[in-house]
Design a protein. Structure first.
Length: 263
């Protein structure tokens, strides 16, 4: 939906600007200008949809569809990512779910929102949550903001996050606690506390390995980047409910890293 809107505005603007000026040698200029008009149309789409985001459930089908549509647009028209996916059969159709992946690029949430066809929200740091328009969209999506300056605020937000997961919204969590090393594919750290939401909500855990996202920052937007997504078999809550979060963290750490290699 969002990609179609962008393409329609981009191409039609290029066409009408060319007709208006009548100089075909300036078509490259109109393509660039129309590209930004297309981006503006996407921003307007986000703004117009804010009331729908605010007054509907976090699992509302249109809300989930619109968010995934934005993610697809970002992946292919802004960051120029080409995706290869393995293990889609491991994604459940319903239930309580938390998703864990290595985190080496700001593109990672968009990639996973495109790939995982399950109602899903994210765990942004407060700096992202405070961005105008984007912050509101995330808030209405049931995001769990990580406030590293205040354990109290994070604990309060975790209560809401547990409720969101229990209501059937998948929660995407990057257990490294941020981007630790942008040039290494493998995770270099693991926060056991990242698994509290899953354990408190009684949710299953879906480990995912993202390969080659470290190169996006060097190539986007002028060159495409091939990213491989490996979705591992789900870890059932019932199978690990008696384990400490540190043990669960270690298990998922090795599952994700064993399918990654540094280039």
């Amino acid at each position: 939906m969002v990609s179609a809107l962008f393409l329609i505005v981009w191409l039609s603007s290029t066409y009408f600007l060319t007709l208006w000026v009548g100089n075909y040698y300036l078509i490259p200029v109109w393509l660039i200008l129309a590209y930004f008009l297309g981006l503006l149309s996407v921003i307007l789409f986000l703004f117009v949809n804010l009331p729908i985001m605010k007054y509907t459930k976090v699992t509302n089908k249109y809300k989930v569809y619109a968010t995934r549509s934005v993610a697809i647009f970002m992946d292919h028209f802004v960051m120029r990512i080409r995706l290869t996916v393995e293990g889609l059969e491991n994604v459940p159709k319903d239930g309580k779910l938390t998703i864990y992946a290595n985190h080496k690029s700001y593109a990672d949430p968009f990639i996973l929102m495109e790939v995982i066809k399950f109602p899903m929200t994210v765990t942004p740091k407060m700096a992202v949550y405070k961005i105008p328009l984007i912050g509101l969209w995330l808030k209405y999506l049931g995001a769990f903001p990580i406030d590293r300056s205040s354990d109290r605020n994070t604990a309060r937000a975790m209560v809401d996050a547990i409720k969101v997961v229990k209501d059937g919204m998948g929660m995407l969590i990057f257990p490294e606690g941020g981007i630790k090393d942008r040039n290494a594919e493998k995770m270099v750290a693991m926060r056991a506390g990242a698994y509290r939401v899953a354990m408190k909500a009684g949710a299953d855990m879906l480990p995912i390995s993202l390969q080659n996202t470290t190169n996006i920052k060097y190539r986007a937007p002028f060159r495409s980047t091939h990213v491989k997504v490996v979705i591992h078999p789900i870890i059932r809550y019932e199978d690990v409910k008696n384990l400490a979060t540190a043990e669960i963290a270690d298990r998922i750490f090795h599952i994700i890293n064993d399918h990654l290699f540094d280039v």
